[in-house]
Structures are given as C-alpha cells and as structure tokens.
Design a protein around this ligand. Structure first.
Ligand SMILES: *[C@@H]1O[C@H](CO)[C@@H](O)[C@H](O)[C@H]1NC(C)=O
Ligand SMILES: *[C@@H]1O[C@H](CO)[C@@H](O)[C@H](O)[C@H]1NC(C)=O
Ligand SMILES: *[C@@H]1O[C@H](CO)[C@@H](O)[C@H](O)[C@H]1NC(C)=O
Ligand SMILES: *[C@@H]1O[C@H](CO)[C@@H](O)[C@H](O)[C@H]1NC(C)=O
Ligand SMILES: *[C@@H]1O[C@H](CO)[C@@H](O)[C@H](O)[C@H]1NC(C)=O
Length: 498
C-alpha cells in the first residue's frame, strides 16, 4: 500500500510522476510531498504568488437547476444500513463549453433541528484527492465501508449530527469530477480550483434553494488549507462586489493544513526530530543547509542529502499517523471483518476503492454518468501538473478575520506530514495577541487536546492522538470539535462540562 519504490524514486526524480504503475493512485500525503518537492525545485514553473480571486463569474456559468435536486436524491446506497436522513449525489456543471462538471455527495443533518442546521462544506486536499474517498467514507461521513468492499456501517460520530454536510470532489479530474475537455486537467491549480468551487456553490444553492440564506461554513484538511481560505476569499469578494450576501459565509475550519510553506517545512522536520524519527545530525543539517523561506532553488545538495536521509527514516512508517499500524493485506474479505469506528482500519483505502468502483454504487450515487475512461481513484491519476500554489495563505486568514469570520485551525498531534509544529509556527507568523491562554480541552473527562484562542478571532486546537485525518483516528473528539466550532462556543476548559 505504501508503494515504497515510487516513494523513494521521488527524491531523485522530483517532478516525475511515478504513480501510474500502482494498483491504484497516490495517497493524500504522497500527493502533497510531491508538490512540496516540486515547489522547491528550480524551474518548476509553479506560480507561487499570492492568490487572487476571479473578478467576474460569467453569467453563462449560472445554469437553471429546477428539478435537478429531486433527480439527485439517493434512494439507498448498496449495502447501506437504514437511516433517517436524506442523501443526494450528482453533478453540477461549472463550465458548459468545456463540459466540466463537479461531483458532490450531500448528507443532510440527522438531528431534531435539521431544517435550521448550518450547511458545512468539506474539502480534502492532495492536491488531487477526493472528499468522498477520505472525508465522506473514512473520516466524518455517515458511513464507513466494511472489509468486503460491498457493505456499509454507520459512523455514530458523523458530522451530519451537527450540520448538513456537503462533500465536493474537486477540481475536475478528482474522483467522479471530470472535464470533457481533458486538457483542462493540465490547467489545474489553486486559482482554477477556487473558481470552479465557487461556481459550483452558486449553482448548487440554486438547486437547493432552501439552503440559500443558511449559515454556511467551509472545512477541510491538508492541502485544503489552500482551498478553504481561497474559496472563502472568493465568496467575500463576490458578496462585496454585489453588495449582497450571495453566500452567507460565517467561518472556516482547517485541519493539519498547508498554510505557509516555510513554516510548514521547518515544522515538519522539527516534529520528526522531536519524535525521534530522524537523527539530531540530520535535523541539524536540515536547519543549517536548507532554506525554506524562499521556496526556490537555493536548496543545495547538502540540503537534499539531509532531507533524503529524513525520507529514508520515515519510509517504513505511516507518516500521517506516526504510531499507526500499516495495512498488511490489501485483499478484501468475503465476509465483512468486525469493525469499530473507534479503531481505524489501516486498509480502509482498499475497501473504499472497491466500493466506489462498483457499477451499482456509481449508479446509486448518480456518478460516472458519462462513462469516464479512467477508474475512480482516492487521489487523481489524471491531474499531473499543478499550475499555481501560493507560498502562503496567511494574508487571506487575516482578511477573513478582519471580516468577522470565525477561523478555527486544528491539528491532529501525531501527524508527521503537516504536523502540529508546522501549524504552530504558521499561526505565530500572524503575531496575534492571545485572548485565552493555552489550556487542555476536555471530552468525557479526558483531555481531548489543547487550545489557545487569539484575538482576531482565531481558535487553535490540537486533537490528542489523532493523525492527519483527524476524524478517522479520533472520531468523538472530531465531532466535539465541529460542534463547538459551529456553535461558536469555546472548547471546555474543565472536565465537568466535557
Ligand atoms: C460531456 O460529454 C458527454 C458526452 O457527450 C455529455 O453527455 C455530457 O453532458 C458532457 N458533460 C458536460 C458537463 O457537459
Ligand atoms: C449596499 O446595500 C445597502 C443596503 O442593502 C445600501 O444601503 C447601500 O447603499 C448599498 N451600497 C452600495 C454601494 O450600493
Ligand atoms: C550527497 O550524497 C551523495 C550520495 O550519498 C554523495 O555522493 C554526495 O557527496 C553528498 N553531497 C554532499 C554535498 O554531501
Ligand atoms: C491476497 O490475495 C491473493 C490473490 O488472490 C493471494 O495470493 C494472497 O495469498 C492473499 N493474501 C492474503 C494475506 O490473504
Ligand atoms: C466509469 O465507468 C466506466 C465504465 O463502466 C468504468 O470503466 C470507469 O472505471 C468508471 N470511472 C469512474 C471514474 O468511476
């Protein structure tokens, strides 16, 4: 599953995509490391300037949506247990000329006040990874896939207990999302992603008009640390321009998020050193020889040698949860293995891959209606290039706070790829005064993590013993976090209310 030879190859052939020979595509964090390395390579051609929103949304991109909501209703997913909430899935065209459409899966809230619960968008990162593969089916969605790759069980910590949750596969080329003009895949980047995601949302709200004025929040992890603020910025820009609340955006929440290249990289090696994964010699060589501040070409052979040494040290572990077990067999089982939401199965990727590629599942989801020539992958094989990736999103975070949006940044504290040190260094760059001092937060009488609130308003919260995909590893803590975020209430500082 870890696809070691490819992973190793990466340090030598930085920009060559070596993933095609695999059984199935690259994983979330491999995709991210690939981008990190590419950005540090001379002549990568990636535009790293600050993100700018599109200025005009072409009227032709807003299409009539009558009747489409009913068509998107999912009667029942194959192998699904009985549930009380409604599910929808389908395509929203974001560019008619190109024939570009994004796929979404929507799980309405399962609680007594569903009709007033907020709307929450969830985005996975990569770039190129699917929010269905991770968010919906392995993290915070209402179901998980059994080891038979055919049947589903309930996630009692699903975030749709707190909100109406919308999962979007973006950009085109990810999961079921596609473009008939396949050259579009080579134009992927932060700007195109934000533009398409914005056009998706405006059209989706036409299709589901009852959500138009609803409180809206955007959440995501990993490289969605770019997507989420960039989409929020785009929404604010168009609300301002129209002098009208086109989308009632109230806040954002990002976890183990790519925020600021320099501090993200530095924080990663400091985490690996402080967790006894790399040697002091390697760590010191990286500190001395690597310059992550410019994000370009100044990195010497000495630096590369040291970072390659670090890669060898992490080679046999799961870098997005440094204490997790590896998946031993990628085989499905004839009968579902006993499964527990509280004990994440490291082979889950394989179960989800099998499930999503079943014809009857795609039919039930209203997905792959055009019979795409590639299979469904957790992380895209068809997106090979990334055109633009700003070196930082800190200015956007400042802007969101200045506009009164709620900004929460969380971090599973045993992720080694975008670790808690990276996130702390990035937040420190904002130089915000502290509003509520660092303290443990509690759930069920235990420490769920630590939190500090900054004036501005920004909440930082760690999630104890969670890897990169926080709700996979700590589902109860993840649900508690999202509830507090949506309610706008501080995480509890005593075990009494936990
Ligand atoms: C893509 O092409 C197929 C086949 O011609 C067509 O059915 C489909 O509607 C097109 N997709 C979009 C988004 O226009
Ligand atoms: C924006 O809208 C508000 C109220 O809807 C109105 O009072 C104000 O004049 C508008 N501003 C501009 C620049 O149109
Ligand atoms: C980097 O490592 C290679 C192979 O291990 C070695 O030949 C080379 O001299 C090293 N470069 C530096 C600058 O240390
Ligand atoms: C997985 O399946 C393959 C092919 O069917 C089989 O050869 C192998 O023994 C299986 N592995 C395990 C661990 O069951
Ligand atoms: C779409 O359907 C075709 C034909 O059944 C299948 O070969 C392909 O793998 C599917 N692609 C995706 C992305 O689901």
């Amino acid at each position: 599953m870890e696809n070691q030879p490819c992973h190793l190859l990466l340090f030598f052939l930085l920009v060559v995509s070596c993933f095609t020979a695999q059984i199935h595509g690259k994983k979330q964090t491999q995709a991210l490391y690939h981008l990190y390395k590419t950005k540090q390579t001379e002549g990568s051609g990636i535009d790293m300037s600050l993100f700018k929103a599109i200025h005009n949304v072409d009227e032709s991109k807003i299409n009539p949506q009558e009747g489409l909501k009913e068509k998107d209703k999912i009667v029942k997913l194959p192998g699904q247990p009985q549930v009380e909430f409604s599910q929808y899935g389908g395509y929203v065209t974001v560019d008619r000329k190109a024939g570009r459409a994004l796929y979404y899966y929507f799980a309405e809230a399962q609680n007594s006040k569903a009709s007033s619960s907020p709307l929450l968008l969830w985005l996975n990162g990569g770039p190129g990874c699917s929010s269905l593969a991770y968010g919906a089916m392995q993290e915070l969605g209402p179901f998980r896939v059994y080891s038979d790759g055919k049947t589903l069980y309930k996630n009692r910590f699903s975030w749709n207990y707190a909100a109406n949750v919308l999962f979007l596969e973006s950009p085109a080329g990810v999961g079921f999302s596609y473009s008939n003009r396949t050259s579009d895949y080579d134009k992927s980047g932060d700007r195109r992603t934000a533009e398409d995601n914005y056009v998706f949302l405006v059209n989706w709200l036409e299709r589901f008009p009852e959500y138009k004025g609803r409180e809206f929040y955007i959440s995501g992890e990993s490289y969605a640390g770019h997507y989420v603020p960039q989409l929020a910025h785009t929404i604010l820009y168009h609300n301002h321009k129209a002098n009208n609340t086109i989308i009632n955006l109230k806040g954002i929440l990002i976890g183990n998020a790519v925020i600021n290249d320099e501090t993200d990289s530095r924080g990663m090696y400091d985490f690996l050193a402080s967790h006894a994964i790399i040697s002091d010699e390697t760590a010191n060589a990286i500190i001395k020889k690597c310059d992550f501040s410019t994000n370009t070409n100044t990195n010497t052979d000495d630096c590369n040698n040291a970072t390659n040494e670090a890669e060898k040290d992490i080679y046999h572990i799961n870098i997005y949860n440094i204490y997790a077990a590896n998946c031993v067999s990628s085989n499905l089982t004839v009968r579902p293995k006993k499964a527990s939401i509280l004990k994440f199965d490291p082979c889950s990727d394989y179960y989800v891959y099998a499930y999503m590629n079943r014809a009857e599942v795609q039919e039930a989801l209203h997905a792959n209606v055009t019979k795409l020539t590639h299979d469904w992958e957790p992380c895209s094989d068809v997106i090979e290039d990334w055109k633009d990736s700003s070196s930082t999103v800190l200015p956007i975070l400042r802007e969101l706070m200045a506009n009164g949006l709620r900004v929460w940044i969380f971090s599973g504290d045993i992720d080694g790829r975008v670790p808690v040190t990276s996130t702390k260094y990035s937040i420190n760059k904002l130089k915000l005064p502290v509003k509520t001092q660092w303290h443990p937060w509690f759930l069920n009488g235990e420490v769920g993590g630590y939190t500090q609130v900054y004036k501005g308003d920004l909440t930082f919260a760690t999630v104890r013993e969670a890897g990169h995909q926080v709700p996979s590893y700590q589902p109860a803590r993840g649900l508690s976090l999202i509830k507090h975020f949506l309610d706008g209430t501080p995480l509890p500082d005593t075990s009494r209310y936990g």
